[in-house]
Ligand binder design. Structure first.
Ligand code: PAF
Length: 274
């Protein structure tokens, strides 16, 4: 059943087909084990490993999926160049204590001729959707399919993609899925930059700029706590971001009692919140 052939020094089960996966999950459920699930698109970093850790603290078994989901990328986005490093990912997952990796092929998730899908709810309105109109459509459909294959008791999502966490929580509530959704705090490098697979795109000059983002949003949040109006604090933040050499600001907004932002450094889009 272990399909980890071709990977060096990996003992972790790496499963490609949902039918093989079902057999293992069936046994685990029969043994009364709670199943935790961490969905990813690979190119794993410390942020993802913190999701695995949280899953292990809350369930007996941790399944991690690695699937670069084509339906959440627009045609002009980076699906083809998205970083992929399956061997490196498996090493990291093996040492993190994950129990199984699910790496489905595209036709396992989107079988030929599939027509029916689901729509994201109101949490998907605005923010990311204003700039990536089909993004959450792709996310809810892939996550729903993965939930169907894995039937986890809990699923962990990073708070860096805070809107995604809200959209998934809303989906689980609306569709009455018996899955507990846990959010995991953002993991930052020592300069405060939120970990992201896309950070590998940044040149050393761009990295210096990117590391200014968290300082600006923390300062903005502090200004609001100190009594500045949200509107003024956000306008000031936009000025500071442009002065700090960010190339484009998609949004800086307050929602869910958080400051949420998406900005560009060169060709790399960064999201963050505090
Ligand atoms: O956050 C991500 O990496 C992706 O959006 C997810 C949840 C794995 C769905 O493809």
């Amino acid at each position: 059943m272990n399909q980890a052939f071709g990977y060096n020094n990996i003992n972790l089960p790496v499963i490609k087909s949902s039918s093989s996966l079902q057999e293992i999950i069936f046994e685990w459920k029969n043994e009364g084990l709670r199943i935790g699930f961490v969905p990813t698109m690979g190119a794993l970093h410390e942020g993802h490993l913190s999701l695995v850790k949280l899953s292990l603290e809350n369930a007996h078994r941790c399944i991690v999926s690695i699937f670069v989901n084509p339906s959440q990328f627009a045609p002009n986005e980076d699906f083809n160049s998205y970083p992929r490093d399956i061997q490196g990912d498996l090493y990291k997952l093996q040492s993190s204590g994950a129990h199984l990796v699910y790496t489905p092929d595209e036709n396992e998730i989107y079988p030929d001729g599939i027509q029916t899908g689901i729509m994201p709810g109101k949490e998907a309105q605005g923010l990311e959707t204003d700039f990536r109109p089909n993004f959450f459509n792709g996310v809810v459909n892939v996550v729903y399919r993965l939930f169907e294959h894995i039937k986890p008791d809990i699923a962990i999502f990073g708070e860096k993609d805070f809107q995604q966490l809200q959209v998934i929580s809303e989906m689980v509530k609306d569709l009455d899925l018996d899955i507990e959704i846990l959010g995991a705090p953002i993991i930052r490098d020592k300069y405060g930059l939120a970990m992201s697979s896309r950070n590998t795109y940044l040149s050393s000059e761009e990295l210096v700029i990117a590391r200014r983002l968290n300082k600006i949003i923390y300062k903005t949040a502090q200004n609001i706590s100190d009594g500045m109006t949200v509107e003024k604090a956000i306008n000031d933040a936009k000025v500071l971001l442009l002065e700090a050499n960010f190339d484009k600001i998609d949004y800086v907004e307050e929602r869910w009692n958080k400051l949420i932002t998406a900005v560009w450094v060169g060709k790399t889009r960064l999201i963050d919140n505090c």
